[in-house]
Ligand binder design. Sequence first.
Ligand code: PMV
Length: 365
Amino acid sequence: MVQASAPGKCILFGEHAVVYGQPAVAVAIDQRLAVKLEHCNDWRIDGMKFHPQRHPHVKALMDRLWNNGPPLSIKISGDIPPASGLGSSAALSVAAAAALRAGRGRQIKDDDWAEGWTASRPNGVYDGPWKSEIGDEVEHGINAVDVDEASILAHAVEAAAQGGRASPLDSSTCAHGGCIVLSNVVEKDLNWLYSRSLNNVQWQVHSIQLSPVIDDVWLVIGNTGIHAPTSKQVARVAEILDENPTRMREIETIGIISRRGINALKAGEMEAVGRAMSENHLMLRNLGVSCPELENLIVAAAPSSLGVKLTGAGGGGCMIALTRNPKETSEAIELAGGRTMISRLAAPGLALDEFSEPPLWNPFE
Ligand code: PMV
């Protein structure tokens, strides 16, 4: 039996502007999703017959990691609400990639990988076997799992499931945890992790070491319960910019605010982080991606918070409040009709929760 889990995410700064190359900052949240794999007589998911077309992410990962492998029972559990911009599909993809890898093992040769996917390949995304040699050893469990590989595979299958469009922000944040910055340039003073490219777009992925003094602030996430597709919201911004190209200045201003937010996060100046979040929200509201339901929750949360903004694509979905009084802020949002979750800032990333011998499969035998 194998179980792996990964956190959800929310965007602190830079949504929409990131589509035009500005930096975006996401943090992993405490809410997680777990994938448990066990032997079974036929393919099952949460006790029901597994229909690959209903689970494109899992199917795409099985094609890469479980070709001709024995049938499994897949159980998905967790507390990340689906389709609300909190990274549930990326968390599923990251956790499933790690669970399948732990269960099938990895070929090793001379203490080195003999197969797998790695960011050190020039084009970053799914790229076939790393080395062609046949390994002489197979490692299962935690020794086989690699965070970067799970992140790459999750990005590849997210992109495949979304018609070729997906930035690596969700997959990287859900895999690595902590605080991740995506930009179209290598950002000075940040910890550069790797670049990723897809369909001729290249992103630079960085992590930020947050100041250790942030342990007395929380994020309260308020869910409007309204589902607004990301593609529709992105198209709306594109139209606005098309009609009036001078509004690109607003996108650039969001980039400036994100960079200010990043510096405040590094310095542990949480009041400044909050101010930058609220300013970022005003820009998003002006761009037309908020909605009355989000505004309602934001107004309710503001008096007890350091900063408030919508998070993700907007038009519905979730807002976030940075606060030192999570109970008070959460109650205010609930009274205004939102469903809330409380999270630390920058929760841990991918984890292999359980692994019991014997391994589920050894494809090299
Ligand atoms: O769909 P979400 O909530 O993970 O966020 C979308 C973020 C956008 O900047 C609006 C779109 C994008 O591809 O970056």
